[in-house]
Design a protein around this ligand. Structure first.
Ligand code: FAD
Ligand code: NAG
Ligand code: NAG
Length: 510
């Protein structure tokens, strides 16, 4: 994707933009000036990316405050074991996640040095598949077992990804969407909306994949990436399968570095406080037209306070257990919590030695170098995955140790691991760290009506996008979309919102 400046487009586009400016200037004199103060609620990748893109849209003059009571990074977080840090939340990034790629380049943070991975699949009793060091052996094994299903799956995911990639071009040209549905429709037409209405299982059976393939190969991937079965909807299912592509990467020193980098780069002010309520206030103007603004109340270390903002972006899920914000004075009312729940994934990091018999294998531990053990959806399998993980910064000459040596393992499970479970899985250990995440939405059908991006005139909600799929890149796409929306709505540039047939139109505009 060319790193084109949206403002250096065609002359025609520029003229058009100028025209829109004039029209809106005539009708609403007050909105012509730039906003003075913008609040962002949440300092995860969504909130900090929003700070970055809002700065890009509104320029140096606006003050941007980011509210975050916890750690910058949110669901991107690390734990220290010995003198190394390890990711406990969002860990891998797809090679075609262009916003994340752009950020690390812009911020000058290198990607983490790559350590080759090796996958196995465990059914609770034994390993049903183990990748070998020999590519040709893998290929023959897979061919023997699953025919060309794997190849066809790759092609199917690629065709979804192809259409997904259109969003980057739209955003480069400044186009934005008022709902998640419209955003998805602009990328992939009705077929993307249909994906949201069917389970991944239904979708793939329709595409001719077998139930055995779904159980053996697809479910382990949805389980490790979303902690859920193949009954998640087809769109998040496709995103999940793309997360099993090759070339996945991470950020050197930890993915959360991107968040603090964006915060700094955008020259935003961090307010270490929890937002408790947002109230809409109306300010009558000299010209008689009333404008609304927002009063954000918050609790910080130095007590409670409140400030006024022209624009507010909510960058945290409005769900039970995630945030508790009261919205007052809005009509229609805005709920503190939207329907639907977030799925619990417990991330347990253990420094210890694996019990090879737990995996039902007689392979010598000294030769066992599998990095990711995925699991099938079978009774008696209490874990979603078991991975040998590498530190966020790879030391020089690092090689992933074999299972015979004590090292850091990461277990994903829906419930916390009991002492007995740990005893079964590990021969010994000297460190355990448990993080209970409300990790991503529960993607069970029937589909929920996706919450809106626009909660009120100039109050936006970024995490609505998670109901399509939750991933770092999804939050950044929503962040850019919301920044563009905020800009276009402020300047009343209707021509840049919810346009149909963008895919063909952009080609002819070039
Ligand atoms: C275990 C796990 C594994 C994952 N693996 C991957 C992966 O490999 N790849 C990938 O792309 N994605 C992965 N994800 C998903 C990814 O981490 C999330 O989609 C993404 O980080 C969400 O970012 P966000 O900024 O939208 O939300 P969050 O990171 O949740 O940020 C929201 C922030 O808002 C703050 N906040 C909440 N309430 C308030 C309030 N009232 N006032 C002020 N601030 C508030 C919170 O403290 C939080 O910091 C994973 C997630 C988990 C949990
Ligand atoms: C998907 O389901 C929703 C809600 O049930 C419905 O309104 C919509 O028309 C459906 N869309 C498609 C493309 O099937
Ligand atoms: C290792 O796992 C096996 C199989 O689950 C179990 O029977 C055994 O007790 C475990 N060994 C140790 C030392 O915990």
């Amino acid at each position: 994707m060319p790193a084109m400046n949206p403002r250096s487009l065609s002359l025609r586009a520029l003229l058009l933009l100028g025209l829109c400016h004039k029209i809106s200037r005539a009708s609403t004199p007050e909105l012509q000036s730039q906003p003075r103060q913008i609040a962002i609620v949440g300092g995860g990748i969504g909130g900090t990316a929003a700070a970055y893109y809002l700065r890009q849209e509104f320029g140096a003059g606006v003050k941007i405050d980011v509210f975050e009571p916890g750690h910058i990074g949110g669901r991107l977080a690390t734990v220290k074991i010995g003198n190394q840090e390890y990711e406990t939340g969002g860990s891998v990034i797809h090679p075609l996640n262009l916003h994340m790629k752009h950020f690390v380049e812009k911020l000058g943070i290198p990607p983490r040095q790559n350590v080759p991975t090796k996958v196995a699949i465990f059914n609770g009793k034994e390993l049903t598949f183990e990748e070998s060091d020999w590519f040709i052996i893998n290929f023959l094994r897979m061919l023997w077992r699953y025919g060309f299903s794997l190849l066809r799956m790759q092609m199917w995911v690629e065709s979804v990804l192809d259409r997904f990639m259109r969003i980057y071009q739209y955003q480069q040209y400044g186009y934005s969407f008022t709902t998640v549905q419209r955003l998805l429709h602009a990328m992939g037409g009705d077929s993307f909306l249909t994906l949201m209405n069917q389970t991944l299982e239904e979708t793939m059976i329709d595409e001719g994949f077998s139930q055995i393939f779904l159980n053996d190969m697809v479910a382990p991937i949805t389980r490790v990436n979303y902690g859920q079965s193949v009954r998640i909807h087809g769109f998040v299912g496709a995103v999940s399968l793309a997360g099993a592509d090759s070339g996945l990467w991470a950020v050197d020193g930890g993915n959360k570095r991107v968040c603090s980098g964006l915060l700094y780069h955008s020259k935003s002010d961090l307010i270490s406080a929890k937002v408790t309520s947002i109230a809409v206030k109306v300010r009558p103007s000299k010209t008689g037209t009333a404008t609304s603004f927002y009063e954000v109340s918050y609790d910080g270390e130095s007590g409670s306070a409140h400030s006024l903002y022209d624009i507010v972006v909510i960058a945290t899920p409005l769900h039970q257990g995630m945030s508790d914000i009261t919205f007052s004075g809005f009509s229609p009312p805005i709920p503190s919590h939207y329907p639907g729940r977030y799925h619990q994934t417990v991330s347990t990091l253990i420094h210890g030695t694996l019990n090879m018999s737990y995996l039902g294998t007689t392979e010598p531990a000294s030769e066992f170098t599998v990095s990711d053990i995925l699991t099938t959806d079978s009774e008696g399998c209490a874990i979603n995955s078991l991975s040998s993980i590498d530190p966020v910064h790879i030391p020089k000459g690092y090689k992933r140790p074999p299972a015979s040596q004590p090292k850091v393992w990461k277990v994903f499970s829906q419930q916390p691991l009991s002492q007995e479970q740990l005893q079964e899985m590990f021969l010994s250990w000297d460190f355990v760290s448990e993080t209970r995440w409300l990790a991503y939405p529960s993607y069970r059908l029937p589909p929920r009506k996706t919450p809106p991006f626009i909660l009120h005139n100039r109050l936006y909600y970024l995490n609505a996008v998670e109901w399509a799929a939750s991933a770092m890149e999804m939050s950044t796409i929503a962040a850019r979309n919301v920044a563009l929306l905020a800009h276009h709505r402020w300047h009343q540039q209707k021509s840049k919102m919810d346009q149909e047939d963008l895919h063909t139109r952009i080609r002819t505009e070039l």
